[in-house]
Design a protein around this ligand. Structure first.
Ligand code: XMP
Length: 511
C-alpha cells in the first residue's frame, strides 16, 4: 500500500510492537511480519528491521530464517536477537555471556560512524536485555560501539547498509533510540517521513473506494472509538452506501443509546438504532455465571445484527473496527488465525452477515493512531477520549443474575461516578472507570430506620492496554462526595466501597 514501507521481521520479542510504534512516530509506515512468513515481494519495502526474541540462536527451536534474500539487498537493522542471529547466520559466533546484561548501559563509540550515530553522544544510555553475547563478529563485520559489559554492542557489515545493535532502541530507556532509528531509516536507508494521520486518511479512503466500489457496506457501531473512526473513514469513501447499525442491548450506560445515536446522526452517518433491550434481558433471565451471560449476549447480538443486516438489500461487505494489535496477535509467531475465531461463530453455521466480505480500514494502525486519525477527520475529542467499555456492558458489572431493576440502579450509580470524574477534571487521568453492583445486602441506617440494601463498588484504573492495570489514587474528597451523592440519590443502595486491587492478580472487571 505505501511506497515508503519498512518491514519488521518479528522473532517473537515482547518489544516488537514498540519498534513499530517508534517507527510510526517518525511518520514512517511499517508492517510487522512473522519471521517464518517473510513477504515474497520485498520490492514493497525500503528497509528491514529484525526484532529481538526470547530465544537463544544456539537452540534448534529458535527462529533461523534464510536471510539471503534480505542481507546486502535491503538496508537492514538487526536488533538484539536479530543482531545475534545476523552474526550467527553470517559466519560470526554467539555464546552465553559471562554476565547477563539487563537494564541500563552506556555506549562508547569504537569507530566514528557519522551517519549511524548522528546527534548521539558518547555515553548515551541504552537498554539491554540478553543473556547470549556476540563473541565474534560476522564476516565483513566492523565494530562500531561497546558498553562496559558488552564488547560487540553495535556493528556494521562493510560494503552493505547492514547494521546491528545488541541493545533495544525502541524502549524509552534507550535515550537516543528514536534518533538512532531515524538515522538508520532516514539518513542511511532514505525512507521518506511522509506517513501522517491525514495521509493515512487519504490513502485509506482511496483504497476503500477501489475495493468496495458502489457496493453496500454494513457496520456495527458500538459507541467506542474504533468502530466510530472506522465508520467515519468509510463514510468519507462511500457516503450513504455505508449502513451502520447501533444495537441497544439494554446494558449500556445511562442515556448512552440516545446520546450516542444523536451524536452519530450529527456526524452525518447513515445509522439505524435498534433497541433490543427486552430481547437481551429476556435471554439473560436466571443466568448468573459470567461466561453464560457473555454467551447469551453474544448470541442475541448475532441474531439481532443478522436480522438487521438482512434488511439491507444487496449488502456485500461487513466493515469491522479491527486494529493492528489484534491483527498482529492473530498472525504472530505464537498465535495463529484460529485464535481469532470465537467458538460461538461456529455453532450451527455462520450467521448470514459473517458470509459478507470483510473490510477493516484500521487493521494496520495502533489505538493511539486511531485517535489521531479520528482527530484529523474532526471527530469530537470527547468521543475519541472515551474510556473503553466492555461489549457485554453492565451485565458483567452486575454480579450474579440480572434484572431490569438492578440495571437501573447500576446505571444511576455509574452516571454519578462518571459525571463526577468529568466535573472534577479526573476523567482523562483515568484509563477506565465504572461501578459494580455486588450481590450482597448490608445493614444501614437512614433517618431512624434500619435499611438492608445493596452495596456498590467503584473501580478506576490506570493502564496502557488493559493487560496490566493499577487502581487510581482518587482524592479522598472526591470519593467522599461521590459516595454521599450515590447513597443519597440512588434508591436501593446504602453502602459504597472503592476497589484497590491491581491487575494482576485481580482483573479490571469483576466478572
Ligand atoms: P479484564 O477484566 O480482563 O478486562 O481485566 C480487560 C479489558 O477488557 C474489557 N473486557 C471486555 N471487553 N468483552 C469486551 O468487549 C468482554 O467480555 C470483556 N471482558 C473484559 C474490560 O472492560 C477491560 O477494558
Amino acid at each position: 500500500m505505501q511506497q515508503h514501507n519498512v518491514l519488521i521481521l518479528d522473532f517473537g520479542s515482547q518489544y516488537t510492537q514498540l519498534i513499530a510504534r517508534r517507527v510510526r512516530e517518525l511518520n514512517i509506515y511499517c508492517e510487522i511480519h512473522p519471521y517464518n512468513k517473510i513477504p515474497e515481494n520485498l520490492n514493497d519495502f525500503k528497509a528491514v528491521i529484525l526484532s529481538g526474541s526470547p530465544s537463544s540462536v544456539r537452540s534448534d527451536e529458535a527462529p533461523h530464517p534464510d536471510l539471503s534474500g534480505i542481507r546486502g539487498k535491503k538496508p537492514l537493522l538487526a536488533v538484539c536477537y536479530g543482531a545475534q542471529y545476523l552474526a550467527h547466520f553470517s559466519g560470526g559466533l554467539v555464546a552465553p555471556s559471562n554476565t547477563r546484561e539487563y537494564g541500563r548501559a552506556n555506549l562508547s563509540f569504537v569507530k566514528d560512524n557519522e551517519d549511524f550515530f548522528k546527534n548521539i553522544s558518547v555515553g548515551s544510555q541504552v537498554w539491554m536485555s540478553h543473556s547470549d553475547t556476540i563473541k565474534n563478529l560476522p564476516t565483513g563485520g566492523t565494530l562500531l560501539a561497546s558498553t562496559h559489559d558488552v564488547e560487540n554492542a553495535a556493528y556494521k557489515i562493510e560494503g552493505e547498509t547492514t547494521y546491528a545493535i545488541q541493545f533495544h532502541p525502541e524502549v524509552y530507556h534507550s535515550t537516543d533510540g528514536k534518533q538512532l532509528l531515524q538515522n538508520f531509516l532516514v539518513t542511511i536507508a532514505g525512507v521518506a517521513q511522509t506517513w501522517t494521520p491525514s495521509s493515512f486518511v487519504d490513502e485509506t479512503v482511496a483504497d476503500i473506494k477501489a475495493k468496495v466500489g458502489n457496493d453496500k457496506v454494513v457496520l456495527g457501531l458500538s459507541g467506542g472509538v474504533d468502530s466510530t473512526v472506522a465508520a467515519v473513514l468509510l463514510h468519507k469513501a462511500i457516503g450513504s452506501n455505508l449502513h451502520c447499525i447501533f444495537v441497544n442491548n439494554g446494558l449500556l450506560r445511562k442515556n448512552e443509546f440516545t446520546d450516542v445515536l444523536k451524536q452519530y446522526e450529527g456526524m452525518g452517518l447513515n445509522v439505524k438504532g435498534v433497541d433490543a433491550s427486552a430481547r437481551f434481558l429476556d435471554e439473560l433471565t436466571g443466568l448468573s455465571d459470567p461466561e453464560a451471560k457473555r454467551k447469551a449476549i453474544g448470541k442475541v447480538f448475532i441474531d439481532v445484527f443478522d436480522d438487521e443486516a438482512n434488511q439491507i438489500e444487496d449488502a456485500k461487505w461487513l466493515a469491522q473496527g479491527t486494529i493492528y494489535p489484534d491483527v498482529i496477535e492473530s498472525v504472530s509467531v505464537n498465535g495463529g488465525p484460529s485464535a481469532t475465531i470465537k467458538s460461538h461463530h461456529n455453532v450451527g453455521g455462520l450467521p448470514d452477515f459473517m458470509k459478507l466480505k470483510i473490510v477493516e480500514p484500521l487493521r494496520m494502525i495502533f489505538k493511539d493512531e486511531v485517535r489521531r486519525v479520528g482527530a484529523s477527520m474532526g471527530i469530537d475529542k470527547d468521543l475519541l477520549g472515551r474510556h473503553p467499555f466492555p461489549g457485554p456492558g453492565l451485565a458483567i458489572r452486575i454480579l450474579g443474575d440480572i434484572t431490569s431493576e438492578k440495571v437501573r440502579i447500576l446505571q444511576e450509580v455509574d452516571a454519578i461516578f462518571i459525571n463526577g470524574l468529568k466535573e472534577d477534571g479526573l476523567y482523562n487521568k483515568v484509563w477506565q472507570a465504572g461501578a459494580i453492583l455486588l450481590p450482597v445486602n448490608s445493614v444501614g441506617v437512614m433517618g431512624d430506620e434500619r435499611t438492608y440494601e445493596k452495596v456498590v463498588a467503584l473501580r478506576a484504573v490506570e493502564s496502557t492496554d488493559g493487560m496490566t492495570a493499577d487502581w487510581v489514587n482518587l482524592p479522598y474528597e472526591f470519593l467522599q462526595k461521590t459516595s454521599n451523592k450515590i447513597i443519597n440519590n440512588v434508591k436501593g443502595v446504602n453502602r459504597v466501597v472503592y476497589d484497590i486491587s491491581s491487575k494482576p492478580p485481580a482483573t479490571i472487571e469483576w466478572e
